[in-house]
Ligand binder design. Sequence first.
Ligand code: CP
Ligand code: NVA
Length: 307
Amino acid sequence: MKKDFLAISDYSPADLQEMLDLAVRLKKEHFNGGNPPLFKGKVLAMIFQKPSLRTRISFDMAMRHMGGDALYISPDEIGLGKRESIADVARVLSGYVNVIMARVFSHEHVLELAKWASIPVINGLSDYNHPCQGMADALTIYEKFGNLKGLNVTFVGDGNNVAVSLMHICSKLGANFTIASPEGYDMPEKAITDAKTFASASGSQLHFLRDPHEAVKHSHVIYTDTWTSMGQEAETEKRKVVFPPYQVNAQLVSEADKDVIVMHCLPAHRGQELTDEVADGPHSVIFPEAHNRLHAQKAVLYKLLEA
Ligand code: CP
Ligand code: NVA
């Protein structure tokens, strides 16, 4: 059966760890003369319903570095589900390319693509989760600390797509995960239920709090993301009133472990969820984290293409 990469929750801890170790190896190889052309003759179609810098460029470069190609399909180009049904798009593309990556509004749409495609489908962000980001985040934490087990990872802000994938990879790999989010901005119940199952197997602890100051105590990782995700623009003003107490600033960082790292999937709204002082300060790993998208996704592609 074909493999897809739609959610961290679909993969076992062993598979996730194997992909992280592969990412480490491919990264080393990349900086030591380059990766061999294992994806030669392989083409990735990248469907975007929303804008992107990191996902688009890192996937494209991952394919190029490994001898393959990538095709960018812009939001208006194929009219996914509008000009043509998702099922038909999936079946047509399956005859042209070897793997599909899709960034969609509704998570249902990426599931529908995967259902009908006869080739692997990768979720490049939906309203529910962002598994490619989760892999790059885990890689960044793994490189910094050597292990995820027993670390305290804290997400401050909206219980959104990025938070869900981070919670799932932490709970799969044994890191303790805490979120401080305002009332009304909790993660979906299903994501929490799944995380509890993973945590009981891995021994990780989960905490769902309101107070960011309580949440960051003893944290090795503080993570934040935009207050308003793509597709929620109509709520921007309302969210600007709710989220300021959740800003990751120097005071909040000083309340965590002294060697805490600060992460953000980017794009950042500096002065809102993250101050310049923190983003550009000694604890920040936001750029290595962004660069790790490239290396983590090479591992995901490798696993799906079985190169
Ligand atoms: N973090 C992330 O997915 O960035 P882009 O929206 O630029 O792809
Ligand atoms: N939560 C953000 C992540 C962007 C990479 C969004 O969905 O817009």
